[in-house]
Structures are given as C-alpha cells and as structure tokens.
Design a protein around this ligand. Structure first.
Ligand SMILES: [Fe+2]
Ligand SMILES: [Fe+2]
Length: 311
C-alpha cells in the first residue's frame, strides 16, 4: 500500500485566480451569514470558523475549493472550541466510557461509539487550531493540516452514523475534552507533530486494530468497516507527524530523542501505543526501525498514567 499523504487532493488558488466568486462565511452557530464578492476564503478564516462554530454542522463544513493562504495572520492560540450547550465539554469525572469489550453489550455500545465520535470531533477542531496557531510554517505543512482536518470530518461522520444506527444521536450523551485539555501545553509545530501525530494518532493505530477486531467478533461488520477506513487514514496522519518531526528536529538528535524532547509529560511514548503493538502499521507510516523498537519496548500507559491493562 502506498503511503497516503493528507492534503494532496486539495487545491489552493493563487492570488491571480478568479476573484469574482461569491463565498459564504459561517457565524459561530454554523449559519452562512455573509457573502463576499471581494475574494476567496483565507485558510485561517476557514479554520477559525471550524473551531468557533457552535454546531456540528459548522464543524463539518468542507473547505471551499478556492481557499487561499496568502494572509496566515499572527499566531492565534484558542483555548477552547465554540460549542452549543448540547456539545459542551464536561469534566471526565462526569462522563464514563466503558472499555472496548463493552461493545458486546448493546447498552454500552452506543456509549463507546459516541466517545469515539467525540475523539474525531476534537481532532477536527485541533487541526483547525494548529492552522491558526502556526501561521509561520511551510505551505505544505498547512495544506497537510487541512487535508487531515477533512479526513477527521469523514471519521466523525462514520462514527456518527454508527452512533445513530445504535439508537441515539451525537450529543445525546455528554462529551469530554481530553485532547483539548492537552492543547494548551503545545507551543510549537514540532510539539504538535509529536503530540497529535506521533502520540495520539500513533496509539490509534493499535486501538483501531483492536477495536475493529472487537466489532468483528460481535459480527458488527458495519462498525468494523468504518474503523478500517479510519485506521487506513491514520497511517497517513502518523506519517505526516513523522515527516515534520524529521524536518524540524535538531539534525544531531535521533528521532526518538527529538520525540521525547517535544512530548511533555504526562504524554510520551507510553501514550503512543496500545496494549497490543503493530509494528507493520508503523513501518507503513515510515517510522524507523529504531523508533519502532523503542516504542515496542515501552510500557503502554492509560490516560491516568497507570499501566494500560484494558483496551
Ligand atoms: Fe480520526
Ligand atoms: Fe487522525
């Protein structure tokens, strides 16, 4: 399987392209409130609408075909996403998510799928967050962030469909903000690549495989094939993190040491893998054998910092 590079299919118009096109712009509630004849949408404007929209509809808007990135602006560090009261982020103590094995119980199944959809929603927002936070980065990095954002929108929809197939709607249960809680500590694009790409998404290579196997075990083939799509995309997301760590790291440092130096506690390699470990997926993402071996030797950690003993 060839390595999938996020953002490859996305167009970016240049300043001399046709400026006569009208474009709608979303307000925080996700409604199109104004149209402008004066130009195409700046990437940062699109990213801001994604983070600040309060509705799901607003989070799932596709980027306009003729987006441009000629005015990336000053770094903008948003500390929280716009959310309607229905999607308000709650403390983790108020939202309990069953272990993956709970898929077997039809009462627990929608709660697990809802939590998975919530991870994707936060991923959508955080890739938009990074577009705003790191304006002074190469065009190919910013285009890659947008490409991944679009894939995270697709992942959200896939899980949303499975949530609905199990009898509830997204937002019927409470949502937590685990990824958002970590965003505040990210100060640079290299840290973003290490935290999102090489920690959360890296671990998801194992979680997705375990989760798809669990779904197949209960003959929920629709959920399994949705996870397969997400799993495949995630290899590209990890590859993106790896490529940009390689680009920005101190040339004298190894990739492993550079990763450790840019992934602050409580995150780190223990959070970059599951209870199981899939070296093949990491090779597909382009990770070096040295990095893979170091990660394989690492004890998997659960979010609380304890040894991971459940999926
Ligand atoms: Fe995703
Ligand atoms: Fe991802």
């Amino acid at each position: 399987m060839g390595r999938h590079i996020p953002g490859q299919g996305l167009s970016q118009h240049t300043e001399d392209a046709n400026f006569s096109r009208f474009m709608g712009i979303l307000d925080p509630s996700g409604r199109v409130t104004r149209a402008t004849a004066c130009g195409m949408m700046q990437l940062r404007e699109f990213a801001r609408s994604i983070v600040e929209s309060e509705t799901l509809e607003g989070k799932l808007v596709a980027p306009p075909e003729d987006w441009i990135d000629t005015e990336p602006g000053e770094p903008l560090l948003l500390f929280a996403p716009g959310r309607s009261s229905r999607l308000k982020i709650l403390p983790a103590t108020e939202v309990k998510v069953p272990a993956m094995v709970g898929l077997r119980d039809k009462n627990q199944r929608p709660r697990i799928l809802h939590a998975m959809a919530n991870h994707e929603l936060q991923a959508i927002e955080l890739f938009a967050w990074a577009i705003l936070a790191f304006p002074n980065t190469p065009a190919s990095f910013r285009k890659g962030l947008l490409g991944i954002l679009v894939e995270e929108q697709r992942h959200f929809r896939l899980y949303q469909e499975r949530v609905e197939a199990n009898g509830i709607g997204f937002g019927d249960l409470g949502v937590t903000g685990y990824f958002w809680n970590r965003a505040g500590a990210i100060r640079s694009p290299i840290e973003f690549s290490c935290v999102m790409g090489l920690t959360f998404e890296n671990a998801n290579l194992d979680f997705a495989r375990e989760f798809a196997a669990e779904a197949r075990a209960i003959e929920d083939f629709e959920t399994a094939s949705a996870i397969d799509v997400i799993h495949h995309d995630e290899i590209g997301h990890v590859a993106f993190g790896w490529q940009w760590l390689e680009h920005w790291k101190d040339p004298k440092a190894s990739m492993w040491d550079a990763y450790l130096a840019n992934t602050a506690k409580p995150l780190g390699p223990g959070r970059a893998r599951g209870k199981t470990f899939d070296a093949t997926d990491r090779r597909k993402a382009g990770l070096s054998e040295e990095f893979i071996q170091n990660l394989e030797r690492t004890t998997p950690k659960a979010p609380g910092g304890l040894k991971r003993n459940r999926s």
